[in-house]
Design a protein around this ligand. Structure first.
Ligand SMILES: *[C@@H]1O[C@H](CO)[C@@H](O)[C@H](O)[C@H]1NC(C)=O
Ligand SMILES: *[C@@H]1O[C@H](CO)[C@@H](O)[C@H](O)[C@H]1NC(C)=O
Ligand SMILES: *[C@@H]1O[C@H](CO)[C@@H](O)[C@H](O)[C@H]1NC(C)=O
Length: 328
């Protein structure tokens, strides 16, 4: 296979491209999109795969599509999270566009924000950020700018009532002396076992250093996107899968009222804390953030899906929190 380093300055990149093109003219094309996007393309076993440098690396079908920074730019991030650096916010100066895009770059070759064409791509970014916004909001009914303008107000739980150390996992994810496993991040992580599992996946020692998540916005976004992209159980779809249409419901899913769409992402991320409880505020708050972001991104909330797709009010959890709640 051809391996080339495309990281680096623009002129170096061009140098490399010229060399590679000379070597394998036959299966490689340089596509000129707008001046900022250079897409390297080749065909592997009849499939077109691409590489777009740092934001979408590694010869993936997904990298042939636009990347997130092509349709979601700094000003849009600032619009969505307009109050996050206001004096009363709780993580002033922490979250920024650059950390989101840097984290997203690791998952774009896997389809995050790069699946299904521009409309679906924008919708997925709005959906993911809708979850993030609702979980990190300090907005309330009469907040200036409205309750939905306050996403990314927090990067950690402010007054944890406990240290979230579960002894059941003392052999697999033993709590580190002095470490606190309270909620931190963009889709907040709680408990030693969740820090442990996330750290394993990201190859960062979060079990001994959960504080990294509140110190590094790129890492915080990375952990959140990993969660979005990863099924809870191997046999199940991820939030990404149910949103972009990679998942086809089985008969059991249909009986459990689970269908592709935003509602199912809430089911996967929060289960029966949020879903299968009827029209509750905590569910509607997440939906409202998604709709608000669709509007601000210029997609429009009418693209959010039908009420049934958008809600999980009637859905049975993929992973019920206890066996009794599944039958109740
Ligand atoms: C890329 O975008 C096109 C539409 O623009 C879409 O049909 C295609 O499925 C997308 N590719 C992938 C791998 O999702
Ligand atoms: C923050 O996290 C990112 C992603 O894991 C990592 O690449 C970067 O080096 C970290 N920054 C610092 C200052 O530790
Ligand atoms: C469907 O549900 C039934 C009854 O709950 C269960 O026995 C069966 O294993 C499920 N099938 C699948 C494919 O999950």
């Amino acid at each position: 296979m051809i391996t080339i380093g495309i990281m680096g300055k623009m002129d170096e990149k061009w140098g490399v491209i010229v060399v590679v093109m000379a070597i394998c003219m036959a299966n490689m094309v340089l596509v000129n999109g707008d001046s900022s996007t250079k897409i390297l393309m080749k065909t592997v076993k009849g499939k077109k795969v691409c590489d777009q440098g740092w934001e979408c690396k590694g010869w993936s079908v997904y990298c042939c599509n636009q990347t997130i920074s092509d349709f979601f730019q700094t000003y849009q991030f600032e619009n969505l999270f307009s109050k996050r650096n206001s004096p009363v916010a709780h993580a002033v100066g922490f979250w920024d566009y650059h950390s989101f895009i840097t984290a997203a770059a690791l998952y774009q070759p896997l389809g995050f924000g790069t699946t299904g064409g521009k409309l679906m791509q924008m919708k997925e970014v709005a959906a993911f950020l809708g979850h993030v916004g609702s979980k990190t909001s300090c907005g309330y009914g009469v907040a200036t700018g409205g309750p939905l303008a306050w996403g990314l107000c927090y990067n950690k739980e402010m007054s944890p009532s406990q240290s979230y150390c579960d002894d059941f996992f003392k052999y697999t994810y033993p709590c580190s002396t002095g470490a606190e496993y309270y909620g931190r991040g963009a889709l907040p992580i709680y408990w030693n076992y969740n820090y442990g599992a996330t750290g394993e996946a990201l190859k960062v020692d979060l079990l001994n250093h959960p504080e990294y998540i509140e110190q590094n916005a790129t890492l915080a976004f990375q952990a959140a996107i990993w969660k979005w992209m990863t099924p809870v159980k191997k046999s199940q779809p991820s939030a990404h899968d149910v949103f972009v249409g990679n998942w086809k419901p089985t008969k059991n899913d249909t009986l459990a009222k689970r269908l592709p769409g935003f509602g199912a992402t809430m089911n996967i991320l929060y289960g029966d804390q949020v879903c299968g409880q009827g029209d509750i505020d905590s569910m509607n708050n997440i939906i409202s953030h998604f709709q608000y972001y669709l509007d601000l991104m210029g997609v429009g909330r009418e693209e959010a899906g039908t009420h049934e797709e958008l809600s999980c009010a009637e859905q049975v959890a993929f992973n019920p929190s206890s066996s009794t709640s599944a039958s109740s």
